[in-house]
Design a protein. Structure first.
Length: 290
């Protein structure tokens, strides 16, 4: 029998519990855990003696008109999922525990934090990086696991770790999907059956874009956009925020001569629910394309 999962809600309890652990792989989450989170936990076990999961809906990364207050909170089920996955410790602080009243220093994401997700969610990545750095300092993991599902977030965290010399190894994990292609997300539970059908256009657009990679970036953008035009006519419609084909390290749009792996990313709203998804697309050098 594996040991029961421990829960720390304060930094003092966390420090006590951390002292009993060996090397740690941290999986930061906002809870409402699904199979995608579980896949991160399974991967985490490969990198350290013990896995710590943080469950914290971070107010700093939500805009004033976003879904912070209605974000799903399913803590008891999350703890059960962690126990099933052999997690040693769940760190679940309150916002008051994480942020003292007179906070003033935060992490600035820089220019890469202002494009794509950052353009539609101003300040989002400053909030993400600030909480991730605090979690690193509190939990002191050797390794931290993040999903490719949030590709720009993963890229920003890699930049923070490199630029600020943070002594944590960052590992990316593949996106888990429903059998029909919909990327798993805590926000999927907001979707009714018709919303969900429209939501499927995101992964379809990405897959059709990716299928034309042999013809180069313009063809990929065209193929994906065609599907998204159809999605705009669906009932309910997909209201597109962006479709982008970018360099995974910089999140700048790639040109026609780009060779190597790129990220095709999409975001939009179905009703009041905002969905994001992305897939990697590999381009051969232009001279080698069909
Ligand atoms: P969240 O709870 O939404 O903040 O996500 C916590 C972590 O799980 C992040 O690193 C996400 O990228 C990752 N994640 C979310 N959805 C998926 C998915 N469908 N597959 C794999 N990882 C995911």
């Amino acid at each position: 029998m594996s040991e029961a999962v421990r829960i720390a809600e304060t930094r003092e309890r966390l420090a006590e519990e951390r002292a009993a652990l060996g090397t740690v792989a941290l999986v930061p989450t906002m809870g409402a855990l699904h199979e995608g989170h579980r896949s991160l936990i399974r991967l985490a076990h490969q990198y350290a003696d013990d896995v710590v999961v943080s469950v914290f809906v971070n107010p700093l990364q939500f805009g004033p008109d976003e879904d912070f207050s209605r974000y799903p909170r399913t803590f008891d089920a999350d703890v059960r999922a962690c126990a099933e996955e052999g997690v040693r410790l769940v760190f679940a602080p309150s916002p008051e525990e994480m942020y003292t009243g007179n906070r003033q220093v935060t992490v600035s994401a820089g220019p890469m934090g202002d494009v794509l997700e950052g353009e539609f969610r101003p300040g989002h990545f400053d909030g993400v990086l600030t909480v991730v750095l605090k979690l690193f300092n509190l939990v002191r993991p050797q390794v931290a696991i993040f999903g490719q599902k949030d590709a720009q977030q993963l890229a920003m965290i890699r930049r923070m770790v490199a630029d600020l010399d943070v002594p944590v190894r960052v590992v990316g994990a593949p996106t888990m999907r429903e059998p029909d292609g919909l990327a798993l997300s805590s926000r999927n539970r907001y979707l009714g059956p018709e919303d969900r059908r429209t939501g499927l256009y995101l992964s379809r657009a990405l897959a059709e874009g990716r299928a034309t990679a042999a013809q180069g970036p313009s063809a990929v953008r065209r193929a994906a956009r065609r599907v998204l035009e159809e999605a705009a006519e669906a009932r309910p419609p997909l209201r597109l925020d962006y479709l982008a084909l970018v360099d995974p390290a910089t999140f700048a749009e790639i040109g026609e001569d780009y060779a190597g792996e790129a990220v095709l990313a999409v975001a939009g709203k179905v009703g009041t629910t905002r969905l994001i998804d992305n897939m990697s697309v590999t381009f051969l050098p232009r001279t080698a394309r069909g």
